[in-house]
Design a protein around this ligand. Structure first.
Ligand code: CP
Ligand code: NVA
Length: 300
């Protein structure tokens, strides 16, 4: 059998994703009940980070420890990754030492190249194109609060970025309607959008996308690697802030999600972020549980 990777949500069948979320909820219960579960004893996860991270790093590292294994943090500053060793060579070498590799980097093509030369599972910890691990946590959070997301309406407000792309893939895999409000210049890429067909509606205005929505989601206006565009983006995205008045247009029991870190009073107001509809702290915690289910599935 060929090595199983998790580079995008499309790498797992819809039923596998559902099973994984059910397992995440079970592992969360076990952890709360202090029940030890160590199927990954003697196993090592290498974690390559070309970009900063708090949640992804801590959740994978803690997850590996809880599952009985270990995680190695590799930064480009003090490994050969930052000195131009070919990705193919790094993939072959790490494959001979560790049992899985997590990569957070810029170009998505680099994780694909790594995976093509790796004999152990490769997990995408965020690229400029996708952030699939975050969607596992978001979908777990929805499931815990509201049950099945099938047929629900989700509104994405803001940049058509890596998170937006992963929401588009989630709409396909979990079968929900996704309304996207974003300035035209910052629309999601056509190669992600088009295969999703009529599950996605592109709308210029935030109010139109949020109208009657069951879940409202946003993310920073300038992602990692776009720091030099931040000022210009502040201006363009002003009309896309998720505020209490925008949330009032959504369904009355709508939830609010944000992958974090959040920029208060830019893409979301403090009142919404810490308001009664926000589930961002559950969402952050669920990174741990959902990824433990993923690690167990790929490495167990
Ligand atoms: N949401 C998320 O991936 O956070 P980090 O950048 O802190 O890992
Ligand atoms: N879109 C953001 C997500 C951070 C978790 C970024 O790529 O910086």
């Amino acid at each position: 059998m060929s090595t199983r990777h998790f580079l995008s949500l499309l790498d797992l069948a819809p039923q596998t994703l559902q099973d994984l979320l059910a397992r995440a909820i079970e592992l969360k219960k076990w952890l709360r009940a202090d029940k030890a579960h160590t199927p990954l004893a003697q196993k090592t996860l290498a974690m390559v980070f070309d970009k900063s991270s708090t949640r992804t790093r801590v959740s994978f590292e803690t997850g590996m420890i809880q599952l009985g294994g270990q995680a190695l943090f590799l930064s480009p500053r003090d490994t050969q990754f930052g000195r131009g060793e070919p990705i193919e060579d790094s993939a072959r070498v790490l494959s001979r030492m560790v049992d899985a590799v997590l990569i957070r980097t810029y170009e998505h093509a680099n994780v694909e190249t790594f995976a093509a030369h790796s004999s152990v599972p490769v997990i995408n910890g965020l690229t400029d194109r996708y952030h699939p691990c975050q969607l596992l946590a978001d979908m777990q959070t929805w499931l815990e609060h509201r049950g099945s997301i099938r047929g629900a309406t989700v509104a994405w407000v803001g940049d058509g970025n890596n998170m937006c792309h992963s929401y588009i893939n989630a709409a396909r895999q979990f079968d929900f309607q996704l309304n996207i409000a974003c300035p035209e210049k910052y629309s999601p890429k056509a190669y992600v959008l088009e295969p999703a067909g009529d599950r996605i509606r592109l709308m210029g205005e935030a109010a139109a996308a949020v109208d009657g929505a069951d879940l409202v989601v946003t993310d920073v206006w300038a992602s990692m690697g776009q720091e030099q565009e931040a000022d210009e983006r502040l201006d363009v995205f002003k009309a896309y802030q998720v505020s209490e008045s925008l949330m009032a247009l959504a369904s009355k029991d709508a939830l609010f999600m944000h992958c974090l870190p959040a920029h208060r009073d830019e893409e979301v107001t403090e009142a919404v972020l810490n308001g009664p509809q926000s589930v961002v702290w559950d969402e952050a915690e669920n990174r741990l549980h959902a990824q433990k289910a993923l690690l167990e599935m790929l490495m167990g």
